[in-house]
Write a protein that binds this ligand. Structure first.
Ligand code: FES
Length: 118
């Protein structure tokens, strides 16, 4: 594992989100409730952007499309495609349930860093 500098910390004040490119991936950075979270900006269900997903008080991000919910520290699925009612469960079958890829973060030397596989 290695740490990569991705953004100046001042570019991501509380309440903000930014997508940064890292190799071939779009990484979503979110500053919420005093924490900086980093995750792949692709919902595991249909690869749609999580940028507008709700971040809840229990450190979960909820996909804005079919409302799958993922733990922001582990990426574990909390709920899989509950939306829209009835249809959501059927839509969930287009892809098998899988976790969101998340990354550890730190702020050091005025920058945000994320930990990735070397
Ligand atoms: S794209 Fe996220 S739950 Fe369907």
């Amino acid at each position: 594992m290695t740490w990569i500098k991705v953004l100046d910390a001042t570019a991501l004040p509380e309440g903000e989100r930014k997508v940064v490119k890292l190799e071939d991936h779009d990484i979503l950075l979110a500053h919420a409730q005093g924490e900086i979270y980093a995750m792949l900006n692709a919902c595991p269900h249909m690869k749609l952007s999580l940028r507008k997903g709700e971040i809840t008080e229990d450190e979960t991000i909820v996909c804005p499309f079919h409302r799958s919910a993922f733990d922001l520290h582990t990426g574990a699925v909390k709920v899989w495609t509950p939306w829209p009612p009835m249809v959501g469960k059927l839509m969930g079958k287009v892809a098998s349930e899988r976790p969101l890829r998340v990354f550890a973060t730190k702020v050091e030397d005025g920058s945000i860093w994320i930990e990735i596989e070397a």
